[in-house]
Structures are given as C-alpha cells and as structure tokens.
Design a protein around this ligand. Sequence first.
Ligand code: DP6
Length: 345
Amino acid sequence: KIYTASTTAPVNIAVIKYWGKRDTKLNLPTNSSLSVTLSQDDLRTHTTAACSSQFSADSLILNGEPQDVSGARQQACFRELRSLRAALEAADPSLPKLSTLPLKIVSENNFPTAAGLASSAAGFAALVRAIADLYQLPQSPTELSRIARQGSGSACRSLFGGYVSWEQGEAANGSDSLALEVAPASHWPQMRAAILVVSAAKKGVSSTSGMQATVATSALFPHRANVVVPERMVQMKQAIRDRDFETFADLTMRDSNQFHAVCLDTSPPIFYMNDVSRAAIRVVEEINRLAGKRVAAYTFDAGPNAVVYYLDENEDLVLGSLKGGLKGVPGWRASVTAEGVQGLD
Ligand code: DP6
C-alpha cells in the first residue's frame, strides 16, 4: 500500500529581511523578519508526499531531478515530522505505522529555482505541509513553522498566507523562533506585487553562505540586526494594521537597501543587484516623486529580480511607468497579485 498527500505552498517575499543566523544548524536568525505571501496562481511549489514499505529509502525529486536527501535540512524535517507521527501512533495503536516507512517526496516549482525567487521557502513549506498532511498531524501552522524553519529559514513564513512575521525568539533550542500571522490577505486585499524577472539564472552566492559571510565580516551588520530591524518590525506591523501604504513602502525600500548595503559591507563584498535592478529602483523612485507620495515599493532578495508592491488603485500608473521606464529590459514576466496573475506583455 502507498499512502499519499499533496499540497501547494506559496512564495513569500520579505519586506523586512532575514539575513544572518545565530545558530546555523537550527536556522535561528539574528533578527525577526516580515513578509507578504504571494498568490499561488503563478509562484508556488506543488508537492506530493508518499510513504510505503515498497520504497527502499527516503527520496526527493525536484522538477524531475533526484535530490540528495542526506543533507541536514531535509533530515531535520523528516526526523521532526516522523517523531510527531510516532507520538500519534503511540497514543492510538489502531493507526497505521507510517512513521517507520520510507518517504518519497515529489516536488515541482512553476518558477525558476534558486534565482532569488524564494524557491527554497515554498519548497520546504510544501514539503513540511505535505508530510504533515500525509501523517494527519494536528499541529498548527505556527507549530509546523518551527520544522519548516529548519529546512530553510524563510520557509517558515510560507505556512501562512497574507502578512506574516517570523519572530526570532530567544531560546537556544529554537522553540520560540516561529512564524505568526500579522494579518490575513483579506485585511488588505488591495495589495499587489509585480515581479520583474531580470534574470532567471541561478544566483552567484547562496543566501545561506552569503548571510554567514555578512555576520562574520560586516561592521554595519550588528547595528542593522540589533537596532534598526527591531524598530522596523514594530513600525511595519503597525503600517499593515493601519493599511498605511506610504509607511509600508518607505520601510520596505529602506530595508531592502539596507540589506544590500550590509551585503556590500561584507568582505569580500556580495553584489546581488545589477544595472537593471538599479534602473528599476530609479523608475520606482521617479513614479513616487511624480505622484507626490509613495505608490510603489521595490524590494530585492538575494538576486537581481525586483518585486514591486503597489495598491490595486495604482496598477495602471505603476505598471505603465515600469514598462515605459524599463523598455528593452528582457524578461518582464508576470504580475502576481493577491487575487491572481496577469501577463504584462
Ligand atoms: C534575502 O531562507 O534562503 O530572501 O535559511 O539559509 O535557507 P536559509 O536562507 P533563506 O534566506 C532568505 C534571505 C532573503 C530574505 C528573506 O527572505 O527574509
């Protein structure tokens, strides 16, 4: 017999960035972070988890390619989920003993993997959700976020839709480093995100090694982690509660720029943005200047692709100006909104 469960998990794009670990094994961060979960229609991972005595060993296939499951991240997720299942089985001996069976995970991304489009976030969130469903675990998304975090830090935020914080926590074992819902998507349904696929190529420096280098070498970094981000987390949550786009946009752009500043302050320096990324920043700053207020906010993760947040009422203005201002830029792919997706070209 083969037991299966399938799920999809969305991508999330941070507006207050996670960058830096205080514990690299447990993926415990040096600062809290906050993200917006994007619509599943265009950017998501679809994962099927199966277990059976017919399988010879645990396996994982991503986009048709077999992956190594011996890595600490996968192992941690498998181990934690199995032990939750084993507890259920111990409490109810009539349940099938799934916790001892080999797992087979099959995952598909519908967007470029490792191009700074948060693929590991959706990937590990889908893996954890699919196995939790296979095992019929009663744990809440916040409890599962603790497990997804050990797969990839940003993945813990993809267990929720809408506006999500990852609270850094204090405990050495990571028990209080987890994701919480700040507000559901329905709280501010006018929010939209456009994605400029500047490059779909695999990124040069992975987030994992890049953030470690920053923690080890950047003199600016402690100020960001200890002073700036804690203040911004409070302000950002308030801006979301108030649906205050001007403040949301200001904090989002400042935080993206500071994250890339600590990358530049890393030795050797890390460059994720390129000339097209910087052109996109100039266009957004110009849109806001001409509008006389902030109607668009850019943010960049560990790659050159821009995500631009804006409100529905400003869609024509923002997308029209971006298209006009970035003429000749290859790879304008899609606009992802809270409700759905539309092609721009
Ligand atoms: C720039 O979650 O990919 O996207 O925990 O090592 O897997 P690991 O790192 P990862 O880092 C994401 C960094 C970021 C900012 C963010 O998503 O908050």
